[in-house]
Design a protein around this ligand. Structure first.
Ligand SMILES: [Zn+2]
Length: 312
């Protein structure tokens, strides 16, 4: 038995699989990623120790190892060593992306769930796997798709309608792409509705109220491209989909004239006239920082011609 294993055993520390399980479940609660453990991330390390019910002695026992390259003895908590070993094993089993690999796709040294690790975390947390499509979990695979959507070269004659989609069946790739689309949109718009600015997460921090809305909707085979999306709260998503408003090519809001004809008592939330007060004609939507990911004028024109003008 190695020196390390002997110490882990003497301290009755949990086994590696138990540590991997709490690690995966905790990553799921943090949307799939966490910065590398170390002196700067003690809060997360303590949280895992709490979940595993570690005693003070188990958390603080110091072990020594010889750093071969430098020929010196280094002292650090045995529990940290175990945690690192567990994360490393999880990365070898393709449950996590190692910080050196995540760095290449996020620019940050983070442990990140892979799709395989994410599925395992759902199983362990007893969350139905169908929720994977709606929860904002960023896995290694989703992050790669998100990157490709954000970095794609803007196309002048962009067609927001996917003409091949009519015959396509749902594949693992199309599900991943739709998650990548959603994350790319809501992050680009800082998790806010681009009309009213609402930004609110669920109490468990797992979901955001804001939705990634397709400008050319899914039912019309709108593409999962960043140029065919805007972030909208549930209410404004509905209002946009049914044609209460559209966008002009300069990203200002055009409101449906029928708003003047709706019954006086409609459109209120308590005393607040939410429909009329939040849809200010000619006001500009709040756009992302980079103009390369602004909504495409071809998608906007499609919405104006095919949804908005039909409902006037
Ligand atoms: Zn809104």
């Amino acid at each position: 038995m190695s020196y390390e294993s002997k110490i882990f055993k003497e301290l009755s520390l949990p086994n590696r699989d138990e540590v991997i399980h709490v690690l995966l479940m905790s990553l799921l609660k943090r949307n799939g990623y966490i910065k590398e453990f170390g002196s700067g991330n003690q809060e997360f390390v303590n949280e895992l120790a709490d979940l595993l019910g570690l005693s003070i002695q188990q958390r603080s026992f110091l072990m020594q190892t010889i750093v071969k390259k430098e020929g010196r003895i280094k002292t650090f908590p045995a529990w940290h060593r175990l945690l690192f070993r567990a994360a490393d094993t999880a990365a070898k089993e393709n449950l996590l992306s190692h910080p050196k690999d995540t760095l290449k796709i996020t620019g940050k040294r983070e442990w990140m769930l892979t799709e395989k690790g994410c599925d395992e975390a759902f199983r362990l947390s007893k969350i139905p796997i169908v929720r994977k499509q709606e929860l904002p979990i960023i896995t290694y695979e989703v992050q790669k798709i998100k990157n490709s959507l954000e970095k794609a070269e803007r196309i002048k004659n962009y067609n927001p309608v996917d003409t091949t989609k009519r015959t396509k069946i749902t594949t693992r790739e199309s599900l991943l792409r739709s998650r990548g689309f959603r994350q790319a949109i809501i992050q680009s718009y800082d998790y806010r509705c681009c009309i009213c600015g609402l930004k609110i997460a669920s109490p468990d921090n797992l979901t955001w109220e804001v939705e990634a809305a397709h400008i050319v909707p899914n039912r019309f085979y709108g593409k999962d491209d960043i140029w065919n999306g805007i972030a909208l709260c549930h209410f404004h998503h509905w209002s946009f989909d049914v044609g209460w408003f559209t966008l002009r090519n300069d990203f200002t809001i055009e409101v449906n004239d029928r708003i003047e004809k709706i019954p006086r008592e409609h459109g209120y939330m308590g005393n607040f006239d939410i429909l009329r007060q939040s849809l200010k004609p000619n006001k500009s939507i709040v756009l992302p920082k980079k103009n390369s990911i602004f909504p495409h004028e071809n998608a906007i024109s499609w919405h104006r011609n095919n949804i908005f003008l039909h409902t006037k």
